[in-house]
Design a protein around this ligand. Sequence first.
Ligand code: GDP
Length: 448
Amino acid sequence: MLDAVSKGFKAARNRLRGKAEITPEVVDEALRDIRVALLEADVEFGVVKRFIASVREKATGEVVDTKVESKKGAMKVSPADHFVKICHDELEALMGPVDTSLTFKAKGPTGIMMVGLQGSGKTTTAGKLANKLLAEGKKPLLVAADIYRPAAVEQLKVLGQRLGVPVYHDPNARPPQMCKAAFEQARAQHRDVVILDTAGRLAIDEDMMRELEEIKAGTEPDNILLVADAMIGQDAVKTAAEFDRRLSIDGFILTKLDGDARGGAALSIKEVTGKPIKFLGMGENLDKLEEFRPEGLAGRILGFGDIVGLMQDFEKVVDEQKAQEDAEKILSGNFTLQDFVDQIRVVKKMGSLSELLEKFPLFGDLPEGVNIDDKELGRIEAMVDSMTPDERKNPSLFNDSRLNRVAKGSGRTKKDVQELLTRYNGMRTVMKQIGGNAGGLLSRLPGF
Ligand code: GDP
């Protein structure tokens, strides 16, 4: 995800790396990399212009006193880090402020109306939302009102069945009447949230808009959410603006951010429409819906990973107390090779590796084309299993004969073992830097 745009920010950072001072010329060079990357990522032109101007002003306007106050007192920050911090803050400002709230009625069923073009992921996302609400103790009712796309009704019924959530549909009613009747049904069956899966079209179309306006007027939904496909970049933003003009939507759900999304939609949609991104669709499965956190996406774009997101994923598969301890351990730098392997085991339970790698700060910085697949994780596990408990706790014990022994025991070469130790040391250093300097989990920038 977002590879192209990340690459631009990395190139900009590399230009500044090692420089003792940021001159306006160097800033301009770095900003050129960023501008090209943002335009390639299909970010709206006006947004790019304002973003670049704002970073330039902050990067050249402030005298870079490389001392920054943190909870642990004053510390030195390199000009490159300072520049990255400015980019991070501006990206966050561009996509924020965060507002992932949904409005719920105190009495009577709450209405959530899903709108969006055909193929945007609306039906799937209706299912994901029902899944999320179920987990929060709500009793949703899904409504199959997309009667134009063949198979949409059946698709929603299958999702409902999988979740154990009832699906309302009436083949003899027009969508506005059907949606209204669904609220009656919800009251009768004591369901407290009604999720309307409305019809989309391949493009904005007057008939569709009128029908949606009619559904809105008839049901007065508490939330109108537009589902937009992040892969289509700026077109998604144009569509969003038009839907907003007609229906006054409450927020967006951007889907397919796990795929080849170029980032344009995520970076422009809030700025262009003024409405918040509420959730991100990160896969086809029903649990792949994330609350949108601008700082997490900004971190991923800058190639620092998203530690909070990562820890939330961990929490889904390990218990919360342990996840908290793990996070503290990782960030304090007290992270043994055994922990490294334990985390790998958890990672395996978490499913898709590529998804995880994006959130992992160390792996995010791996050279292009280096992929850590399950096989490689298995090899890492075998090497750590061949170490003594002391070696796992204290890798500085490693000398030639120990390296040879582990290589032999795991069927790998000495170089493989050395590479593992380098990788582990790198990760420990980065984590320690982040954890120690941030004064908590929330800021993930080296040097801050
Ligand atoms: P609708 O026409 O808007 O109702 O779209 P669907 O819900 O049928 O989704 C269209 C396609 O996109 C389906 O193949 C979904 O599985 C897929 N899809 C939806 N959301 C996501 C997502 O977040 N990530 C990925 N990779 N695929 C998604």
